[in-house]
Design a protein around this ligand. Sequence first.
Ligand code: ZN
Length: 176
Amino acid sequence: MLTGHFVLSSGLHSDRFIQKFRIFEDPPTAEAVCGALAERLKDSRPQVVVAAAIGGVIPGYIVAKALGVRDIFIEKENGVPMLRRGFAIGPGERVAVVEDVMTTGKSTEEIIRVVREQSGEVVAIGAVVKRGRVELPITVTALLDLPLADFPPEECELCKRGVPLQDPGSRRSPSV
Ligand SMILES: [Zn+2]
């Protein structure tokens, strides 16, 4: 967890940033963490795991491997989330959506929409970390439920104090 002044992928500002790739870059740690998430999702008996590129690809793969099911992911093309690479979901196929860090749930809503367009059935939503208040039609199973204070930019105290924004999500190495 980093401390500073961050703009999250949701557009909200926060003084905290969860750098999930410190977990995902270490395979044994990633497998332990995402394996524990898989354990919490297995009772919903999914047939396929759907995640969103880029952050969801590694946890999605590990969860799918632990559950013994197919693993596919959604990517954006011209800003529109979709399945590419010949990925498909069969009619009525039971889908577990796997997220890395969930803030507002907006990107999860996009995944649910793509799954439903394919006539799949979302039977579970799993997140490694849920850091915000999320309202979704399906209960979110979060390994770590960590409510953090996130604000719209116009209400951000750090902006008002002129603290410069950092972008750790896409910052180039080795400046990390
Ligand atoms: Zn701010």
